[in-house]
Design a protein around this ligand. Structure first.
Ligand code: NAD
Length: 364
């Protein structure tokens, strides 16, 4: 038998930079023109972000002589589906997009996930750039190349791993972000602190009120710190074979609650409840001290996020949803648990009864 090996490991450079700052729109445009040359640029955004920033962003690209156009789709998780991807693809064809075209995702995680997914499959892949405009997107979803859309069965069930060419996080966008959306980002920030950074956890305990006021310097430091944590995890485990799963702390239950509530529970709210549940399960299985569980719950409350599960969400249906999670193996639901703040681990042997008990306890 003869063997011919196709050597692709590390042959394609897919490293990229995350630039973070305030009032950096002009510099972003110049860096796109200088470092990411393309035959044309198509800015893809939702109608809310488009209304706020689309015209200005498109105008800035055109002002320096770049060929650019814009595509908008309805804002919200409900639009994160394959039909929107097909609509975007049809509009890309109509604007004359080719393989030299660069897509620019201007928006929150919904825009970023969907543009990343479209970029990974349109004409067998075109480059894309992430310009995150929500706190969730700036600290989390724009980094790491996870793309996807939802199916009726659950979130992100169609997707790819496809890295952007660059990420530009302009904190000025956050000035127009509604409080509820800002709080969603706080849930992800708390997640990073709990899984990786006890020092940042203490900083949040002391300064949550200041952070909620969006104090520029603190916000910049925290966003940068979160980007550092995420990039370090992604560098070790790009395709989520192991370590990257710790980033799902609070997400397994969170996604189930979000979907079951038909998205009246937001992503951040679901993650907040999921983190409380994970801490309580960690405590009940003898891993986490009660004082740590209480610190986590207090910080989540301080952020303005919920620590109780709505009574209207049926416990059995939540467990059934958990069993549909794409990270499960057979009937085993994988939970990211804690030994202490800053020390997570994956446990796949949590009895369904214990999960059900914690869910009921959290409804009281
Ligand atoms: P989102 O994209 O729906 O944005 C929330 C709302 O804020 C939308 O109505 C949007 O129009 C509006 N908005 C965005 N920027 C704004 C601004 N600057 N000012 C005013 N309004 C603005 O939600 P999100 O919380 O950013 O992202 C959630 C999505 O991200 C989910 O689909 C989740 O699955 C995904 N996600 C992906 C990853 C990943 O690694 N790929 C990680 C975390 C979350």
């Amino acid at each position: 038998m003869r063997t011919v090996k196709v050597n692709l490991d590390k042959k394609i450079s897919c490293s990229y930079e995350i630039r973070i700052g305030r009032d950096i729109l002009d510099r972003i445009i110049l860096l796109i023109a200088k470092d990411h040359k393309a035959s044309r640029y198509v800015v893809i955004t939702d109608d809310r972000v488009g209304g706020l920033y689309g015209k200005k962003f498109l105008g800035a690209l055109k002002d320096i002589g770049l060929k650019a156009s814009i595509i908008e789709f309805p804002a919200g998780e409900a639009a994160k589906n394959i039909k929107t991807v097909l609509d975007i693809s049809a509009q890309l064809m109509e604007t004359g997009a080719d393989r030299e075209t660069c897509l620019i995702a201007l928006g929150g995680g919904v825009v970023g996930d969907m543009v990343g997914f479209t970029a990974s499959i349109f004409m067998r892949s075109v480059p894309y750039i992430q310009i995150p405009t929500t706190l969730v997107a700036q600290v989390d979803s724009s980094i790491g190349g996870k793309t996807g859309v939802d199916l009726a069965f659950g979130k992100n069930l169609l997707g790819t791993f496809y890295q952007p060419r660059a990420v530009f996080a302009n904190l000025s966008f956050l000035e127009t972000l509604p409080e509820k959306e800002f709080n969603n980002g706080l849930a992800e920030i708390i997640k990073y602190a709990v899984i990786d950074d006890e020092k940042m956890f203490r900083q949040l305990e002391e300064n949550m009120n200041v952070l909620k006021e969006r104090e520029p310097k603190l916000l910049l430091n925290i966003v940068e710190n979160c980007c550092q944590i995420k990039k370090s995890v992604v560098e070790i485990d790009e395709k989520e074979h192991g370590l990257r799963r710790i980033l799902n702390f609070g997400h397994t239950l969170g996604h189930a609650l979000e979907a079951l509530s038909r998205f009246t529970v937001t992503h951040g709210e679901g993650v907040a409840m999921g983190m409380v549940a994970a801490a309580r399960i960690s405590e009940k299985t003898g891993y986490l001290k009660n004082s740590d569980t209480r610190r986590i719950e207090t910080l989540i409350r301080k952020a303005g996020l919920p620590v109780k599960i709505p009574k209207s969400l049926d416990g059995e249906k939540i467990i059934a949803r958990l069993k549909m999670d794409k990270k499960r193996k057979g009937d085993i639901i994988h939970f990211v648990l804690l030994k202490k703040i800053g020390m997570p681990f994956i446990n796949g042997h949590i009895e369904h009864k214990l999960i059900a008990d914690v869910i009921e306890e959290m409804k009281k």
